[in-house]
Write a new protein. Structure first.
Length: 336
């Protein structure tokens, strides 16, 4: 009798049916000890595509999970048909504890918060240097979400063939945040993926950013065959003939390990779930300047020490403006 783990005399006694004929408790509380471990690659209306060993298994949530939803990046336990054959469906009986959660709300006053990806270690914030124009406010918001969700940020500036990175580097280069700049030519000769790849090994990296900045192009350059091999997935073509991503998709990197997660483009990154007092952590260039602030300073009030700190040249005034703007939209729940 090994059912209870370490064998002891007491186990023997308990697991033996007693005179009244009671059975051991295993029938009452199924533990799914035979369940297989899998990783959620993508979710499509209740159908979850999971990678189990090297098989792509379609699954749905078991009833016993209740309202808890599995999301891309989740480690799950599956039972049932795990063959990965066409028209088979496994059941997800357990969602393992998450190491991180990247959340977003549609707007700052939207009470409905969605989990973009679970278990990511790193957030690659993708910004095009042109077409579409960089949006520092969106970058700042993604940085807040990263710090709040426990993900390391990585800035990826794409399309340097269209515009130079100087202005953005002025704003963000001074932060202690790793960054990479890529261009069309470097995508074609492999330099772009090599350079980005240096930041990805062994990590689960989620790529986020505005629509059209080049997230999918980059992910495809990093894992050339995986999208088709694992999902047969082709993105929908928009009215303008462009392929836009409609759902998040996790893909494994070849040797070296790690995963990349492509996500649909966002217009804004609502932060309704983030406590305003935590926003400052996403501004590491300004944070030391708050040492002189009054207690519980909102950093958007007359006594805030940041004005003097910035005036002394310790940080870029544009960054303080960004912080205040973010705090204001967060607090007053204005649109963005
Ligand atoms: N000039 C130039 N164009 C690029 C570069 N990278 C991507 N593109 C183009 O930008 C367009 C959008 O690229 P996608 O990879 O689909 O962008 P996305 O971020 O995945 O967009 P969504 O899925 O809608 O969020 C495509 O036409 C790409 O060919 C680049 O470095 N330079
Ligand atoms: Mg895309
Ligand atoms: Zn302050």
């Amino acid at each position: 009798m090994r059912r209870y783990g370490k064998h002891t005399d007491e186990d023997d006694i308990r697991s033996r049916p007693n005179r009244k004929g009671n059975r051991p408790r295993t029938n009452i509380r199924p533990k799914h000890e035979d369940a297989a471990e899998g990783m959620v690659l993508t979710v499509d209306r209740g159908r979850l595509t999971c990678l189990v060993e090297d098989r792509v298994v379609m699954a749905m949530k078991a009833r016993e999970l209740g309202r808890k939803a599995a999301v891309v990046g989740d480690r799950v336990a599956l039972v049932g048909d795990l063959s990965g054959m066409k028209d088979t469906l496994a059941r997800i009986v357990r969602i393992e504890e998450r190491t991180s959660v990247l959340r977003r709300t549609a707007d700052d006053d939207d009470p409905y918060e969605r989990v973009v990806v679970a278990n990511a270690d790193q957030l690659a914030i993708v910004t095009a240097l042109a077409d579409p124009e960089p949006r520092p406010r969106l970058i700042d918001r993604c940085l807040v979400a990263a710090f709040d969700g426990g993900l390391e940020p990585l800035l990826v500036m794409t399309k340097s063939d269209l515009a130079p990175p100087d202005k953005l580097l002025e704003l963000y280069g001074a932060l202690d945040i790793p960054y990479v700049v890529t261009s069309r030519g470097e995508l074609e000769n492999g330099d772009a993926s090599d350079r980005v790849r240096e930041h990805l090994d062994g990590k689960i990296t989620a790529f986020v950013g505005h629509s059209g900045v080049g997230k999918t192009t980059l992910v495809n350059a990093l894992v050339p065959q995986e999208r088709r091999r694992l999902t047969g997935h082709v993105n929908a073509v928009t009215g303008r003939g462009r392929h836009t991503t409609t759902s998040a998709l996790a893909l494994p990197l070849a040797d070296g390990g790690g995963w990349v997660v492509d996500t649909p483009g966002v217009r804004s990154f609502g932060l309704a779930h983030v406590d305003p007092s935590r926003v400052i952590h996403a501004f590491p260039d300004l944070e030391p300047g708050t040492a002189g602030c009054p207690r519980a300073c909102s950093h958007d009030e007359p006594d805030c020490a940041l004005d003097a700190w910035v005036a002394e040249g310790h940080a870029d005034p544009a960054r303080l403006y960004s912080l205040r703007r973010l705090l204001a939209t967060r607090e007053r729940k204005e649109g963005d």
